[in-house]
Design a protein around this ligand. Structure first.
Ligand code: HEM
Length: 418
């Protein structure tokens, strides 16, 4: 029987953040750890075999599994994250259907297509640069959200006037920044969610009653017209939640752009390649940013019934956590895991359950993130532009404390522009 501390770990999680589960596993010398979290039994697992186990929906259910504070900030009530089985598959297809490479599959004149979003993001960055130059520089964590917000809203069919972009970007960032804390960041996130959901629900109404002509294939129109497994359109509040589940995580790519800047400063040897826009190597760089830096600490749900993993019993209803940060730094999977080496992704096929910063398995069948193509397109577009920007990194606090979830460069990563 696997060991692990019986004492409730909620406080230790708050203190240790990303290091909590890896520390526990290291202490007992196993990839399976049994403990107590949020007052109930929990099992922490790590490794591709564990990922395959967790992403088998016969094992782990999501309904009723996610803590309320996470739903009221990050995901929203009734979100796809909380569905199982057929209801999940039908709702999930709404998201994966938006991820066509260039939108052409969806018909003529469509707004969708990941490549189009990459172009919008690049244009929004180029438009912002003169303003940044005018004030002598930018802070990635504070200034890039507006770039991505303008681009993703345009792509998704969300009308946004110029002066609305900044406040919307701030609100979207607050949703992500406040999901794992009980402090002021949490309350800021809840207030922001209330405001954006109300606005997006009105938007859905106006598409449905024809006041707004949203382009075919756009996220707004897709969500407005979607029918769930029961054949009914989404309730307006749930439609707002799901539209937000496209826009919000796209703006969250800001975290990876900030980390890309951090990399280019610490290991400037990658700059020339990125600036040159080498497709395969730029993608490998983005994959390594997603592997190397902390974002999602773990994913999981509740045991759907009494289970056994590697001869270890897991009781029905126990929380099952897959250690994402730990697996992305597992030396048996990644040689020298704390070295930043994009080359490890060049010419290497990536197993469905190996690289899991955004979950594992098949996104159409399970809960893996449907937005990886968007993440890579946005990150490569902006990391390339960052590498080409003639900038200096002034003295600042570049530490990334692992106890803070989500982790960030303390300074937000400031750049001076000449
Ligand atoms: C799910 C991470 C970008 C939409 C997830 C999950 C993670 C994740 C860890 C949970 C997987 C699980 O529960 O097993 C990230 C990160 C991103 C990102 C780190 C980049 C900053 C995106 C983008 C979209 C998106 C751009 C836009 C469509 C979603 C949705 C789900 C999800 C809808 C729920 C999937 C489901 O439950 O079936 N993401 N994501 N994410 N992500 Fe992302």
């Amino acid at each position: 029987m696997t060991r692990g501390p019986k004492l409730d770990q909620t406080l230790r999680l708050a203190l240790e953040g990303y290091a909590w589960l890896p520390n526990l596993r290291r202490r007992i010398g196993d990839n399976v750890v049994r403990t107590t979290l949020f007052g109930g039994p929990a099992v922490g697992l790590c490794g591709p075999e564990a990922a395959r186990f967790v992403y088998d929906e016969r094992h782990v259910r999501r309904h009723g599994a996610l803590p309320k504070p996470v739903l009221s900030t990050l995901f929203g009530k009734g979100a796809v994250h909380t569905l199982d089985g057929e209801a999940h598959r039908v709702r999930k297809a709404m998201f994966t259907g938006l991820m066509t490479p260039d939108g052409t599959e969806a018909g003529a004149g469509v707004a969708a297509g990941v490549a189009r979003l990459g172009e919008h993001v690049g244009e929004a960055w180029d438009a912002a640069v003169p303003g940044w130059r005018g004030r002598g520089g930018l802070t990635v964590f504070a200034d890039v959200p507006a770039v991505i917000t303008a681009a993703v809203c345009r792509w998704a069919g969300v009308p946004l006037a110029g002066e609305e972009v900044g406040p919307m970007a701030t609100a979207l960032m607050a949703l992500v920044d406040g999901f794992a804390t009980a402090g002021p960041r949490h309350w800021r996130a809840r207030r922001a969610r209330g405001r954006i959901e109300a606005r997006f629900a009105d938007l859905i109404d106006s598409v449905r009653d024809g006041r707004l002509a949203a382009p075919a294939g756009s996220a707004v129109r897709t969500v407005a017209e979607h029918r769930d497994a029961d054949g009914r359109p989404l309730d307006r509040a749930v439609a707002a939640v799901e539209l937000l589940n496209v826009v919000r995580p796209t703006v969250a790519v800001t975290w990876f752009v900030m980390f890309a800047g951090h990399t280019l400063h610490r290991w400037p040897e990658h700059r020339a390649m990125l600036a040159g826009g080498d497709g395969e190597r730029a993608t490998a760089f983005a994959q390594e940013v997603r592997r190397f830096y902390p974002f999602a600490p773990f994913v999981g749900g509740r045991a759907a019934r009494d289970l056994t993993f590697r001869n270890e019993p897991i009781p029905s209803g126990a929380m099952v956590l897959l250690d994402v940060y730990g697996q992305n730094h597992d030396p048996s999977l990644w040689h020298d895991p704390y070295a930043f080496r994009p080359d490890r992704f060049v010419g290497r096929p990536i197993g469905e359950f190996d690289l899991i910063p955004q979950g594992g398995g098949d996104p159409r069948a399970g809960h893996r993130c449907p937005g990886e193509a968007i993440t890579l397109a946005t990150l490569t577009a902006l990391a390339g532009r960052l590498a080409r920007l003639d900038h200096r990194v002034p003295e600042q606090d570049l530490r990334i404390p692992l106890h803070r979830i989500p982790a960030r460069v303390t300074s937000g990563f400031r750049l001076s522009l000449r």
